[in-house]
Design a protein around this ligand. Structure first.
Ligand code: PLP
Length: 402
């Protein structure tokens, strides 16, 4: 049996990401987590099945696994580490970030209820709210990403506040303790999608938030090679979400869980690099004559800089900015980049670039895009793990073409 650690609660994120809160025994004394690629788990005798079912009915665990839709050892090991890193009682893994978002919302939505979303939430989250939740008799409000706007949006039937921190693409950082205070006063559930921050940079549960969600496709997986999502929080709060997930089957496969758990081992080191890359690139861009404006919460010019410095350990590797130029010049800049791949997403080893108006917001009417600030010269960078000096050199040579 592995040694029981004396004080795992004192372990820092880098240690938790490698060991969780202690090692569990592994088959064959393997160091890495085996990929248990099976859909079902057998019983030796009919008697064993009966005992298993009886124990399950009484809420006792006499063996863990029976069918992979209900849980799998590789998935469980990954959930254990994610819970440790987030300081959560429980983690539930999903096949994507959106599966986590939708199933948490479906668990807690109520007919005739009202959900507040902030208006720069991830587009698919907003579309789900507007186009689907309303079909089930829910009221939905989209408000500005501030604690004040959320408080103003509360109605007698509000039962969920859903926001992101930081948001995308303007990287607004919300005052989470202020939102929690409002939510508690009105007995409303708080759900925060903290994908852009990760548990390395922000710990919403420690600030009183009820449920945290991450698209694990991003920094947690970290290599642009898997899709997964996770919801974290108190055990009992996540039990109904887990029940729904095991019915629907939006579970990640064992190979995905292996890749995610493997990615977690370098999570803290990668985040240190991402935070440094974000900060240095944002500073360079802000001082560059071909750049009109930069959004990065680590810069004093960002509207939420004070909240960010109080609530975040680092500011991540997303940087949004306006090229000083028109649509054609912005595209010339993007095409001149040598190290950045043109694709959405974030948090992986490769640096990515998107022109927001042509990617996530392309199909919105032009006037609406302008109203919400999706101008043609708005560019979003998701910095990867390349050397920061090389990234800066590449950005500068591409800006020279503007
Ligand atoms: C903030 C945020 N939440 C959720 C998602 C959805 O995650 P996934 O693509 O893993 O479903 C994304 C995807 O980009 C995101 O940026």
């Amino acid at each position: 049996m592995p040694k029981k650690p004396s004080n795992p609660n004192q372990w820092k994120p880098a240690t938790l990401a490698v060991h969780g809160r202690g090692r569990l025994p592994k088959p064959y004394y393997a160091v890495s987590t085996p990929i248990v690629h099976t859909s079902n788990f057998y019983f030796d005798t009919a008697q064993e099945v009966e005992e298993f079912m009886r124990a399950k009915g009484e809420g006792r665990v006499i063996r863990e696994h029976e069918y992979t839709r209900y849980g799998n050892p590789t998935q469980q090991e990954c959930e254990r580490k994610l819970a440790a890193i987030e300081n959560a009682e429980r983690a539930v893994l999903f096949s994507s970030g959106m599966a986590a978002v939708i199933l948490v919302l479906m668990t807690y939505m109520k007919q005739g209820g009202h959900i507040i979303f902030t208006n720069d939430c991830y587009r698919q989250t907003r579309d789900f709210a507007k186009d689907f939740l309303t079909k089930f008799g829910m009221e939905v409000s989209l408000v500005d990403p501030t604690a004040e706007a959320i408080e103003k949006g509360i109605q007698p039937n509000t039962n969920i506040i859903f926001t992101e921190s930081p948001t995308n693409p303007y990287l607004r950082v919300l005052d989470l303790p202020a939102i929690v205070k409002v939510a508690k006063a009105h007995k409303v559930l708080t759900v925060i999608d903290a994908t852009l921050a990760t548990p390395y940079n922000i710990r919403p549960l420690d600030m009183g938030v009820d449920i945290v969600i991450h698209s694990a496709t991003k920094y947690l997986g970290g290599h642009n090679d898997l899709m997964a999502g996770v919801a974290l929080g108190k055990h009992d709060l996540l039990t109904p979400t887990y029940r729904m997930q095991r019915m629907i089957g939006s579970t990640p496969g064992p190979l995905t869980c292996f890749l995610l758990e493997r990615g977690l081992k370098t999570f803290a080191m990668r985040m240190d690099h991402h935070n440094r890359a974000g900060f240095e690139v944002a500073r360079m861009l802000e001082a560059h004559p071909k750049v009109e404006k930069v959004w990065y919460p680590g810069l004093p010019s960002h509207p939420d800089h004070r909240i960010a410095t109080e609530q975040m350990k680092g500011f991540g590797s997303m940087v949004s900015f306006l090229v000083r130029g028109d649509n054609a010049q912005t595209r010339r800049f993007i095409d001149a980049l040598e190290l950045f791949l043109i694709t959405p997403s974030l948090g992986g080893s490769e640096s990515l670039v998107t022109q927001m108006s042509t990617m996530s917001f392309f199909d919105y009417p032009e006037q609406y895009r302008k109203d919400i600030g999706m101008v043609d010269n708005l560019v979003r960078l998701a910095l990867g793990l390349e050397d920061v000096e090389d990234l800066i050199t590449d950005l500068k040579q591409a800006l020279d073409t503007v």
